[in-house]
Ligand binder design. Structure first.
Ligand code: SF4
Length: 528
């Protein structure tokens, strides 16, 4: 139960840790923008910030934008931290810095909920979702903000219904510094893919907010200055199909009312291709991208990982169907599966060509705690606890062969000419199917035009003049300029530059082969 006021007042510092350099956070695109410094506003920490008693002052620091300062720590009476496994070392680092000021530090979020033992130094562990553990943490801090003598673990037994979630405190974040806006409608997924920790952490029966909550959140994001893309971070947007169908008319009405200022994106299972009634409404709501965990084009591998639902329609046909509603598919791909063979890498590259998907996050298999994969590999004695490796899985193929294959796939898939050919296809055959939206006063405002001009200047100078793939870039760019496709030119160039740069580093062994690997490379700079 959220308390509006609790005395005495406590000053809470919420700190979000830096990301280790990763394929999915687009950091190589930031220098081409008008000042973006971080990927997405963190939902969890901004939700907790909004849930705290109204009379408690809260400060929010995203260390991807700036590190928490001495002044921040001196101001605070307690510190909250949240994050994913990939941010584990950075979270422990924040804990030590805060405790140097004798502050009590609490950690919540997906990583500690799955693996409390990763965080022995924290004063409070908040395990599970927002709920009775959160209330107890607040009560304890109200009673006594000093550090407890021993670590206190608080586990949520009764979750707060999502319909009672407050609007995340977006106003505390420097929202214009983010690459994408973020929003969450549902939590959980009905499927049980072997490698995935979502059903174990958040349940198989998706919980949802009300459409009115989502509209209020969109209004607030808009008030805070978001005008570009907003990503639904739900694990599976169609985990509850009826809920998706309930929400979409509200999104359509909101977009019409506000002049389509936001482009929407989400994650969903590929079997969404079987639901034209959902796809049509998504098109009308101006969804332009869907991330689908395709994982592999190999049917035997999909069966083995219990992702048979990806085969409800032939994969290429499903992608084509989604494209026909104006939505680009972004795909997750996993290498290092037990079903992989020596020729898996070449088969994957053929799939990349055929699917024309520009952006595929190609990762090595990583076993996450609280997954069926983890349990199986533990039984088979195939979990490797060695942070110098790119995966904690003992593959059936030799480790070096799998990593070399991953590197080759990254190098070939993201050759500039291949990537921009796939983007050119999307411009001509996918984006052409998008809703033709009116140009609202907000979109043609001087502030928005200035933003676009700054990005074009950066792209033309850093890629078109100084870049080493400028010939390929100009072939793509001139075709877009001739057709007046400025938005597609900017978006493809920003993301494309990140993909090309990251893939080059990866193929030279300078990047992690897994988004979940905690291996740190030189590219990950400590926040201090
Ligand atoms: S469909 Fe996606 S979210 Fe659901 S269990 Fe599978 S991988 Fe996880």
């Amino acid at each position: 139960m959220r308390a509006e006021r609790i005395e005495p007042v406590r000053r809470i510092l919420c700190v979000f840790p830096r990301y280790t350099s990763s394929f999915g956070t687009f950091e190589h695109a930031y220098p081409l923008t008008d000042g973006v410094q971080a990927f997405m506003p963190p939902q969890g920490l901004l939700l907790i910030a909004a849930y705290l008693p109204d009379n408690w002052p809260v400060r929010f620091i995203d260390e991807n934008i700036r590190p928490a300062s001495t002044e921040d720590f001196e101001w605070a009476e307690a510190v909250f931290v949240s994050g994913m496994h990939i941010q584990r070392q950075q979270m422990n680092d924040i804990c030590h810095r805060a405790q140097a000021f004798d502050l009590a530090v609490a950690i919540g979020g997906p990583s500690v909920s799955a693996c409390p033992d990763y965080y022995p130094s924290f004063d409070y562990l908040h395990v599970g979702e927002l709920g009775d553990a959160t209330d107890e943490l607040i009560e304890r801090l109200a009673r006594d903000p000093s550090r407890p003598e021993a670590q206190v673990a608080l586990t949520t037994n009764e979750r707060l219904p999502m319909t009672e979630f407050p609007v995340p405190a977006y106003e505390l974040a420097e929202i214009r510094r983010y690459f994408l806006g973020s929003i969450q409608y549902s939590s959980g997924c009905p499927y049980q893919c072997e490698f995935c920790d979502i059903p174990g952490l958040y349940g198989r029966n998706p919980r949802i907010k009300s459409p009115q909550q989502i509209i209020a959140e969109l209004d607030k994001l808009r008030e805070c200055g978001v005008t570009g893309s907003v990503y639904f971070v739900d694990d599976n947007f169609i985990g509850n199909r009826k809920a998706a169908l309930d929400l979409l008319p509200h999104l359509i009405a909101w977009q019409k009312k506000t002049g389509y200022v936001m482009r929407l994106a989400c994650e969903a299972t590929l079997n969404i291709a079987k639901r034209p009634e959902i796809l049509e409404k998504m098109r009308e709501a101006f969804f332009i991208t869907i991330f689908c965990g395709i994982e592999t084009p190999d049917p035997d591998a999909l069966k083995a990982m219990h992702k048979d639902h990806n085969m409800m329609v032939p994969i290429l046909e499903g992608i084509h169907t989604i494209n026909s509603y104006g939505m680009e598919v972004v795909s997750g791909i996993i290498m290092g599966l037990d079903t992989d063979k020596a020729e898996t890498g070449e088969a994957l590259l053929a799939f990349v060509e055929e699917s024309r998907i520009p952006l595929l996050t190609i990762n090595l298999l990583q076993a996450l705690p609280k997954t069926p994969l983890w349990d199986r590999l533990a039984r088979e004695n195939r979990l490797v606890h060695d942070d110098s490796r790119d995966s904690n899985v003992e593959f059936l193929l030799p480790y070096d062969q799998v990593v070399d294959s991953w590197r080759r796939c990254m190098a070939v898939a993201y050759q500039p000419e291949k990537l921009f050919a796939r983007y050119a296809y999307q411009c001509e055959y996918t984006y052409a199917n998008r809703l033709k939206v009116p140009v609202s006063p907000e979109l043609k405002s001087w502030a928005n035009i200035k933003r676009a001009l700054i990005m074009l200047r950066n792209i033309f100078w850093k890629v078109g003049v100084r870049g080493d793939y400028r010939r390929v870039f100009w072939k793509f760019a001139l075709a877009r300029l001739r057709r007046g496709e400025i938005e597609a030119l900017i978006a493809s160039s920003l993301v494309g530059h990140h993909l090309i740069t990251f893939a080059r580093d990866a193929s030279r062994g300078r990047q992690n082969a897994s988004n979940y690997s905690i291996r740190l490379r030189e590219a990950s700079v400590p926040a201090e």
